[in-house]
Design a protein around this ligand. Sequence first.
Ligand code: MN
Ligand code: MN
Length: 298
Amino acid sequence: MFIRIDKLQVEMPLPNEPDPSAAAAVNELMGGRFGELTTLNTYMFQSFNFKQREKLKPFYALIANIAAEELGHIELVGAAVNGLLNGIQPKGDAAFADSFGTATMAGPMYHINGGHGVLPMSAMGQPWRGDYIFNSGNLVLDLLHNFFLENGARTAKLRVYEMTKNPAARRMLGYLFTRGGVHAHAYALALEKLTGVDMKKMLPIPNIEGKTIPESLPFMAEGMHRRLYRFSTDDYREMGAIWRGEALDGSGPLEITDGPPTGGPQYQQEGVASAFIPDYAPEEILEIAQKLYAKAVG
Ligand code: MN
Ligand code: MN
């Protein structure tokens, strides 16, 4: 089961102005082939279907715990897209479509179906697909897939990073690079324990170190590239049998922190009355509610 904390995993200032092109690029990291919905659901379903979990506890704990962290990552990407779409209004005589920019297929989706927020789709507006999930039931194969998936996701993030200079988008990318690097390393260590093959020698993929991304540096300074967070009150301690040793960059020991990161507040955003969000004349909703209440109390 899950307990929800109404915070974002990292503090993210609300952007000063809308940037719909950046929003569409970042949306790839929600619902694209290598987006957070794919990592989340792959690890989640692998944890649902895990057999002999008592005997194989460190591996089960690792996958189940990383799945919980990925829930926070989809929330973060969701917030980032909302932030980048914040404040979009029709400009003068221009239609909404122009306000969302014409360079993206995702713009009409945001306006027509998305409440001016994130949708489970790629940068091109294609829906996320359940068959992006991989769960063979073979532990080595599943961990190998997870290792591949984290590095595929890292590649996608690097490319999205190059597609936008928006500081809010890049701050979130800096955080997700750092966390994705930890997950790739963790799956490499799990495979090494099982097979003896030193997968971490392949890292990083692509061969670009985290410290070359300026937006990753504040998170690395806090040691986040060496840390697994334990997203549970009492469970998943056994992953410590896998997550031990040295950071890949030699900066210190691998660590487990009990509990989630400190994080930051959720966005508080204004509505868009001209798109009926939450309605054309929000005061009417209040009036209706008051009338219903008066009737109810008779
Ligand atoms: Mn992630
Ligand atoms: Mn990950």
